[in-house]
Design a protein around this ligand. Structure first.
Ligand SMILES: *[C@@H]1O[C@H](CO)[C@@H](O)[C@H](O)[C@H]1NC(C)=O
Ligand SMILES: *[C@@H]1O[C@H](CO)[C@@H](O)[C@H](O)[C@H]1NC(C)=O
Ligand SMILES: CC(=O)N[C@H]1CO[C@H](CO)[C@@H](O)[C@@H]1O
Length: 327
């Protein structure tokens, strides 16, 4: 009920609150960004990046808890995190073990365990006078985001956390669904778990036509779209977007250390990152407002909408219903 009232108020005021609406340009936001901080919470090592200061009207900051892909490192996503923090988001980046061990393909986690710890850390930190986040974070405005192995975690965290704990889930290039995967059970996720996650939060999944991580391209995207479609009936406020091979082409920006095409398209500043940010802003800052530009870009069908982007091979988008916003 509170949420419904807040959303109505938000639209009456034309978003006069602390957070700006999307304008379709996706440049950096107005916050400068403090240096990254090391955190250990409940035995889990994490990096934390926060904006400097807070909105003048006392509004608390939203946050995103991001889980990296297998063999992943902060540096793959750093530019995107700086962008999110400049828009007012606290970024929490839990490791499975630590920055060195997580670079090994033997360090894996797919059940969302450490990503959930990231959520618990934020709930604690905003109440902890010793924390740099003391009284600064709205622990009710947390977004989950992950890539590859971390995307599998994001499905599981969204499914496992009680309804109302997080505001949205953004799942970039998840594994293929189970039971046979790859990877096979118990490391993959099941369509029934995705359905449970979708019953709790708006959920946006991404992939790319040239993702060849699990099947030769375009097989991986085809199977991911198939897995998404196994949730029946379709849940409002959910979607999967397959970006084009052109938009997700390898551009050498991370060489010689990493590639950034296909499966690793989430490292790039475009085409996925702007939409990830729009989803974060819509649900972490604008309370899902149906009258916002963020909403129109993500769920609408205008010339500048996600579904009509020339960077998109196909998009299956199930627009939220009014009731889906009252979570
Ligand atoms: C933070 O963690 C990194 C990686 O483990 C380490 O290299 C660095 O020294 C730590 N910084 C501080 C201030 O503890
Ligand atoms: C489409 O993708 C290209 C390449 O990544 C990028 O330069 C362009 O800004 C993207 N356009 C939109 C609307 O996202
Ligand atoms: C697990 C953990 O870090 N708990 C902390 C939560 O915050 C309080 C202060 O509010 C600390 O005392 C706890 O140690």
């Amino acid at each position: 009920m509170l949420w419904a009232a807040a959303a109505v108020l938000g639209s009456c005021l034309g978003h006069a609150g602390a957070w700006e609406d999307c304008d379709g340009s996706y440049g950096p936001g107005t916050f400068s960004v403090a240096p990254r901080v090391n955190i250990t919470h409940d035995g889990v090592f994490m990096y934390m990046l926060a904006p400097v200061g807070a909105p003048a009207d006392g509004t608390l900051l939203p946050a995103v808890v991001f889980m990296h892909g297998g063999t992943g490192a902060w540096e793959m996503y750093d530019k995107n995190f700086q962008l999110y923090a400049s828009h007012g988001f606290v970024v929490v980046f839990p490791f499975v073990k630590d920055p060195v061990k997580d670079r090994s393909s033997f360090t894996t986690q797919t059940n969302g365990e450490n990503q959930m710890r990231g959520v618990y850390y934020l709930r604690n930190a905003t109440k902890d006078p010793q924390s740099p986040l003391f009284n600064r974070v709205d622990a009710g405005n947390i977004i989950l985001n992950g890539h590859s192995m971390g995307a599998a975690c994001t499905i599981r965290s969204a499914q496992r956390l009680p309804a109302g704990t997080v505001k949205a889930a953004i799942v970039q290039h998840p594994f293929i669904c189970g039971p046979f995967g790859p990877p096979p059970l118990p490391s993959t996720w099941m369509p029934a778990q995705l359905a449970e996650a979708m019953d709790k939060v708006p959920l946006l999944m991404t992939t790319a036509t040239n993702d060849a991580a699990f099947w030769p391209a375009p097989g991986t995207a085809k199977h991911e779209v198939g897995c998404f479609g196994k949730v029946t009936p379709p849940r409002p406020g959910t979607g999967i977007v397959e970006f084009t091979a052109d938009a997700c082409a390898e551009d050498g920006a991370f060489k010689p250390t990493w590639t950034d095409g296909g499966h690793d398209c989430p490292f790039k500043p475009t085409p996925e990152t702007p939409w990830v940010l729009a989803m974060m802003r819509l649900y972490g800052q604008l309370q899902g407002s149906r009258t916002s530009k963020c909403y129109e870009l993500l769920w609408g069908s205008g010339a500048d909408s996600l579904r009509n982007s020339k960077n998109v091979t196909q998009a299956v988008l199930h627009e939220p219903t009014t009731s889906a916003l009252v979570v």
